[in-house]
Write a new protein. Structure first.
Length: 204
């Protein structure tokens, strides 16, 4: 009869006799892999989120710059439109006033000594004059001088006259209408005037 004594410590005997469970081992392995993958996904997602936030901040900055540029361009376009409107208004005013100035300057030298203009109405394209003269011949001479200013006056209508008195002297009251050229027509006549002046100097 043989009696065997196991001299190993109890905990060692228990650990050596315990068999490895494959299912439990796989479960633990899967759990570890799952934890690692979860940590990796969390880290990757966090990194992507930071990148998206940075890109969003950059796009918002671009949007702000584009908005500022649009506002500046809108203000510039508004200023340019106002300037254009002022230029148009100035040109319209110039087109109306320049013929008037030209006609007034020419009228000063066309009025005979015995004629007086009491009222002058200038409208776009026409002028109406009312006045009095000592004789009818003064009115005729005045109309002839106006008709001779072809660079400014387009046509002179026949005067309408009535007899009146100035003290004890008989006078002729008249009203006369003439057509005034536009500023474009006046500008077109300047080359002809220069050519006529050159021909006159050449003839001398």
């Amino acid at each position: 009869m043989q009696v065997l004594f196991d001299l190993r410590p109890p905990h060692l005997v228990q650990s050596q006799e315990t068999r490895v469970d494959p299912i439990r081992l796989l479960s633990v392995l899967f759990f570890v892999v799952f934890v690692l993958l979860s940590i990796f996904n969390i880290a990757f997602t966090t990194l992507q989120l930071n990148n998206v936030r940075s890109e969003l901040a950059r796009l918002r900055g671009e949007e702000t710059r584009v908005t500022d540029n649009n506002d500046r361009l809108g203000a510039s376009i508004g200023s340019m439109r106002e300037f254009r409107d002022r230029i148009k208004a100035y040109l319209a005013f110039t087109r109306q006033e320049l013929p008037t100035v030209e006609f007034m300057a020419a009228l000063e030298g066309a009025v005979p000594r015995g004629l007086k203009i009491a009222n002058l109405e200038i409208r776009p394209g026409s002028a109406l004059m009312r006045g009095s003269a000592l004789t009818d011949q003064d009115i005729i001479d005045f109309g002839a001088k106006l008709d001779g200013m072809r660079n400014i006056v387009r046509k002179v209508d026949a005067p309408v006259t009535t007899r009146g008195t100035l003290g004890t002297r008989m006078i002729s009251d008249f009203s006369m209408t003439c057509s005034i050229r536009s500023i474009t027509d006046i500008a077109d006549t300047y080359p002809e005037q220069i050519e006529d002046a050159n021909e006159s100097e050449g003839g001398r």
